[in-house]
Design a protein. Structure first.
Length: 283
């Protein structure tokens, strides 16, 4: 099970952030404006398991057609007006500016480095294929923090343990969808079986390309990528780096077997050299 997040229809309402905090009793994290955006939460962390990024770009407004390719009628979200900024002015008077909004979350990697380095078993793979931290077993060693290629896992300052998205493990066990997906008013966050979500995502990208949105692309859906495919993948409207995502993530523990082999060979070589030196001295 996992998430498909279609950022092209994200409206930046942050309902997912609020729902995540309420359901999981995640502490308030300051809500401080950075001065670089209208976003009031800086990124994922121990006290922010869902983060909606506000990315401001100097690009023509018309290049961001959020609802393109979805079909159907416009849904009334209870907003004050359907009039978009710039509709009442001529095209020549509109500013070159657009928003890219995206709800980020733990990727629940198929090959999860955090699982490889955890010495206590606090991190485990669930029956749904997700990765969860057991806070009562975590000893706060922090090995998983640098191991995550996405920088998702973080320590909570007041107790030293690590925290991250559980994909609402308790809700899944009761047959419910995660709180963030349940609260999303535009269906930007979609939950389900990964194979089905990948097929849906491919159709969505094809529809957007057919509609002229050539920048639409998927991120994290490929099972042959550096982390074996992510359990939370995205449809993006620009390069991954624009959203603060690594372009080619790789499981950070992939070289551990070869490193241990090289270390073993080096140790045996050193032992053989010492033994030879000792024998020569005796003779």
């Amino acid at each position: 099970m996992g998430f498909f997040t279609d950022t092209s229809v994200c409206i930046g309402c942050k309902a997912c952030e609020v729902a995540c905090k309420e359901w999981n009793a995640v502490p308030e994290d300051g809500l401080n404006f950075t001065g670089m955006s209208f976003d009031n939460s800086e990124g994922l962390g121990a006290d922010t398991w869902r983060h909606v990024a506000f990315i401001e770009q100097r690009a023509p407004l018309g290049h961001q057609e959020s609802g393109v390719g979805r079909g159907g009628t416009v849904t009334d979200l209870g907003m004050p007006s359907f009039t978009r900024p710039g509709d009442t002015t001529g095209a020549e008077e509109r500013g070159d500016f657009r928003w890219l909004m995206a709800s980020d979350v733990c990727k629940h990697c198929t090959h999860a480095a955090c699982l490889d380095v955890c010495p206590t078993g606090a991190l485990f793979r669930t029956e749904f294929g997700t990765v969860v931290v057991q806070e009562d077993i975590c000893n706060g060693c922090g090995y998983c923090v640098p191991a995550c290629p996405y920088g998702v896992i973080d320590k909570r300052e007041d107790d030293g343990r690590v925290w991250k998205c559980t994909l609402c493990y308790d809700r899944l066990g009761a047959g419910l969808e995660p709180a963030c997906a349940k609260a999303c008013p535009t269906d930007s966050i979609q939950f389900g079986e990964l194979d089905e979500l990948r097929e849906r995502a491919q159709r969505r990208v094809a529809a957007m390309h057919e509609a002229g949105v050539a920048s639409a692309r998927l991120y994290g859906e490929d099972p042959d990528d550096g982390v074996g495919g992510a359990g939370a993948f995205f449809l993006l409207l620009d390069e991954p780096e624009v959203y603060g995502l690594p372009p080619d993530p790789v499981v950070t523990t992939r070289d551990l077997p070869s490193m241990w082999r090289h270390a073993g060979v080096a140790a045996l070589t050193l032992l053989a050299g010492l033994s030879l030196t000792f024998l020569r001295r005796r003779t």
